[in-house]
Design a protein around this ligand. Structure first.
Ligand code: THU
Length: 147
């Protein structure tokens, strides 16, 4: 973690980015809107929202959309923080933690850049702070496939 990610201001700003992204969620089937924001060590923020599909099982989570956008833009590391927020019809209530699949997707970029991003899980009030390594201990990742 860099000093920048330790500050409450950084946390609040990244949660704001996630909340703004949540406004673009396409979630007509679950009604559960999620936004995610990724902070990179150069200060860049890349965000995403969940994108559902009439074939329900094809829904893309906000974190996966954000990671895909970042990697499609060329990012291969430098992920220092993640913020997630969500709620029914975009009204945050309970703290939202990344689903299992998203933890693995986040791990790909984290492990590529050898970072352990802080993860801020937001809800209606308090923000829970954790680490990707705590959410996904003993992770399998690209490092396992190096010859
Ligand atoms: N969802 C996310 O976007 N991120 C998560 O980590 C948990 C779930 C989305 C998927 C689906 O569109 C909706 O929330 C309800 O599960």
């Amino acid at each position: 973690m860099t000093d920048a990610t330790a500050s409450a201001d950084t946390r609040d700003e990244l949660v704001r980015h996630a909340r703004t992204a949540m406004a673009q969620a396409y979630a007509p089937y679950s009604g559960f809107h999620v936004g995610a924001a990724l902070l990179f060590e150069d200060g860049t923020v890349v965000s995403g929202a969940n994108v559902e599909n009439a074939s329900y099982g094809l829904a893309l989570c906000a974190e996966t959309v954000a990671i895909s956008a970042a990697m499609a833009a060329g990012r291969r590391g430098g992920l220092v923080a993640v913020a997630v927020i969500g709620g029914i019809e975009g009204e945050p209530r309970d703290t939202v933690t990344p689903c299992g699949r998203c933890r693995q997707v986040l791990n790909e970029l984290a492990q590529l850049g050898e970072t352990d991003p802080v993860v801020w899980c937001a809800g209606g009030e308090a923000v829970m702070e954790t680490r990707l390594s705590a959410l996904l201990p003993h992770a399998f990742g690209p490092a396992n496939l190096v010859l």
